[in-house]
Design a protein around this ligand. Sequence first.
Ligand code: MRU
Length: 491
Amino acid sequence: MGYGALLAWIAAVALGVPLHIALSPAFVPALLYLAVFGSVLAFAAYYTLLARIGPSRAAYVGVSSTVVALFVSTLFEGYAWHGEAVLGLALAGGQRAGAAAGAATVRRILGMKIDGRAWRSLWEVDDRPGHAPRLAIIDQARLPYALVTHELGDCAAVIDAIRGMQLRGAPLIGVAGAYGLALALRADASDAALAQAHAALLAARPTAVNLRWALARVHVVVAPLAPAARAAAAWREAGAIAEEDVALNRALGAHGAALIADAHRRTGRPVQVLTHCNAGWIATIDYGTALSAIYQAFDAGVPLHVWVDETRPRNQGLLTAWELAGHGVPHTLIVDNAGGHLMQHGRVDLVIVGADRVTRGGDVCNKIGTYLKALAAHDNGVPFYAAVPSPTIDWTLDDALAIPIEERSGDEVRRVAGRDGAAQLVGVATAVGNPGFDVTPARLVTGIVTERGVAAPAQLAAQFPELHAQSRGQPHEPPHDQPHAQKREPA
Ligand code: MRU
């Protein structure tokens, strides 16, 4: 009997198998076959899990070889003393690939990481029994140069963080707004305070419809409640919205990853993906939208390379480059105007971006400069996709040009800030325009990637019949959203 079988025998006896059975000649072989069967079952379950979550092919090979080796060595165990050695060798052989599989699994389960530690862009801190939980964020205005976190104690702090782009990205703004409303209700849960906080949060950034959506969702939950119950209910709802965001982004990323895998199958070479702005995990609660597709394709072993638009003036492309580097995804940072040139030279296979608002007809409002990428993609026959969770779709809007476009401070254009400090490019005497977003008409969009799959713009409403139906009869844009549209600096 090998050591493994001996240990199993001792364990069986310790667990109460009667001695007369344990000593019978058939017991050890039976135990061994049970062990073989059990390990095969366990590994089959593991294998299925890996297949579902899509690790790299190397991981499949590693896990498969380990399974086979385990099976064989366990058989040996009954007949020869060197079974453990075979098992050890097999495990050692599978270890490297198994580690890759494990890493992909952990990423999948625990979310995106910085230096091996799982992070979200925003989280609850609940470390003082008897006290209400607090809200913590990563300060995105300091990235990619410094990883700084803050706790936000009240609604005003949330509004400041959204305005100052410490919190940014449509889905994240929505979740932050929901928590902001909950914090406001902790201070004053009256109807008047609820209405005032709702309006103030909504005004923080006008273009991303996720903010309007999330605030409305919390409002609907808390408005019928007695004031004393409102703050806790709002906090719970904000938490639910955050968790849903993670699930939606994972689901839509799987559909987007399939598009990238298809492109690889078609071309047989690494897929060249171009993205604009930052639609990554920090722009959401986790995983991201456009980048969720890229991460999942990469984790599944699809060879790819990402062209990252710099995205002046806030340079969100640097955040994308930072995220991709953290995940090990090959990428190259390019200036905003390079995309058309690359497409003309056949160096882009597909464009995938996020969005701040998508109309029910499939027009895509996203970071300024997206429209020009879509035009270039159309001209060069490059597919153009927007990856969005359903809360980014504005079912009330037909006219994309009615989307309120945020006009940001001219100082963002007049100055550049970088790792080594900031520099003034021009003085205040230079008139500056700084629209934050533009609209890509549906005719330039190949598909909208949502948690339900990939839809041609005209099919988007059919993909969400219940949401589309609910929106009928709703006002097109709440009045308090309007003052931000087209607000410009004096020329
Ligand atoms: O001004 P920002 O940085 O908030 O703009 C972000 C974008 O435009 C993103 O592309 C969009 O919100 C999609 S985020 C998943």
